[in-house]
Design a protein around this ligand. Structure first.
Ligand code: SAM
Length: 343
């Protein structure tokens, strides 16, 4: 064994260190540090601008430098500036700003982590009624902020790259973005394909966020919204393409929903499903499981690798192409491109 070979416990020490890194980034976002570091700036000036302790500001900036969020020059003391990732995604006036979404994720993981023991011990209380109004309000707030940020920074690009791989997409006329939240995926796909028009479906209140985004994009002639509950309301029919990402976890009856999606496609139509599944090996599973553990404990559908493909086949889909590890916000998803047969 080489002297620098990490100890077997190192991955678990790393867990404790990542808590400090997360806080270094959390306060940087809270204090809009990256807005100040588009131009090379000293720790001393940052401390003055944000009314901080100068010496500890220096250590904090060094920590962010060690996380590849800041570059520093050779001067002593150095000047710091944003790395490309900080400039592109963490500066509050960047087009693809993702800081609120990241902070939301951190808070959610910590809240869940803090009550993990209790949940493992006692389970989810059966008597807890699902308050639909609160659920819909939460989705609507998410559509305005964190889902919109992640769609802009991540999902839209994935959707464009995936649809470029699907031969049917260039000829498609009618699109459904099912559970589309702010609708930015539908907006990007319709912009990408001049033949395409369609609908964004989500809860009535949530889909108002999409309607406002469609109007802002000037696409009212080609995109409309349809409000309702996927579990009980019609989603339309005759679609050539249905995009559905990170939605199926939340439906009460997965086989019934898949049958409904199948029926909503025209014969020969294509479903693009992007949903996390639990990989069969620990190396891949550890990238997915922490994010989906809370959903598993709430009784949501989080299938094991291959489970969703089986369910799609049972619902009548055929010719299923599989992209098992597609980079998505927070954790990879498994993308399945599934067809309703032409006859
Ligand atoms: C995790 S978000 C995913 C949003 C979007 N598809 C994306 O990948 O960015 C889940 C979306 O599904 C919607 N949703 C969940 N259950 C639904 C239901 N029963 N009826 C309609 N929409 C639902 C939520 O309102 C939310 O917009």
């Amino acid at each position: 064994m080489n002297l620098s070979t990490p100890h077997a416990l190192q991955p678990f020490w790393d867990l404790t260190l990542s808590a400090v890194r997360a806080d270094a980034l959390r306060i940087a976002l809270e204090w809009k540090l990256f807005d100040l570091l588009q131009v090379p700036t000293s720790a001393h000036l940052i401390a003055r601008q944000l009314e901080l302790d100068p010496a500890n500001t220096g250590f904090w900036l060094e920590a962010l430098w060690s996380m590849d969020l800041l570059q520093r020059d050779e001067r002593q003391p150095p000047l710091y500036r944003n790395t490309p990732v900080a400039s592109d995604y963490l500066r509050s006036d960047a087009t693809d700003y993702c800081g609120d979404a990241w902070t939301f994720r951190l808070r959610g993981m910590r809240r869940f982590g803090n009550q993990l023991g209790e949940q493992v011990r006692a389970g989810q209380p059966d008597s807890q009624p699902t308050d639909m109004t609160t659920t819909i309000d939460n989705w609507t707030a998410a559509a305005r902020l964190q889902i919109a940020q992640e769609q802009r920074a991540v999902t839209v690009d994935v959707a464009l790259r995936l649809t470029a791989l699907i031969p049917e997409f260039s000829q498609a006329r009618r699109l459904l973005d099912l559970g589309g939240g702010p609708g930015l995926v539908a907006i990007a796909l319709v912009r990408d394909n001049p033949l395409l028009s369609g609908e964004v479906f989500d809860f009535e209140k949530t889909v108002e966020v999409a309607a406002a985004n469609i109007q802002r994009a000037g696409l009212e002639q080609r995109l409309s919204v349809r409000g309702g509950n996927l579990a009980s309301d019609p989603i339309g029919d005759g679609y050539d393409v249905i995009w559905c990402s990170s939605v199926l976890h939340f439906v009460p009856d997965l086989p019934a929903t898949l049958a409904k999606i199948h029926a909503a496609l025209r014969p020969g139509g294509v479903l693009i499903s992007a949903h996390a599944e639990i990989p069969a090996d620990p190396e891949h599973a550890q990238r997915v499981m922490p994010y989906y553990l809370s959903m598993q404990m709430l009784g949501r559908h989080v299938t094991e690798a291959g489970g969703l493909s089986d369910a799609l086949q049972q619902a009548g889909f055929s010719h299923i192409d599989s992209y098992p590890e597609v980079a998505f916000a927070v954790a990879p998803v498994s993308v399945l491109v599934a067809r309703r047969s032409a006859s």
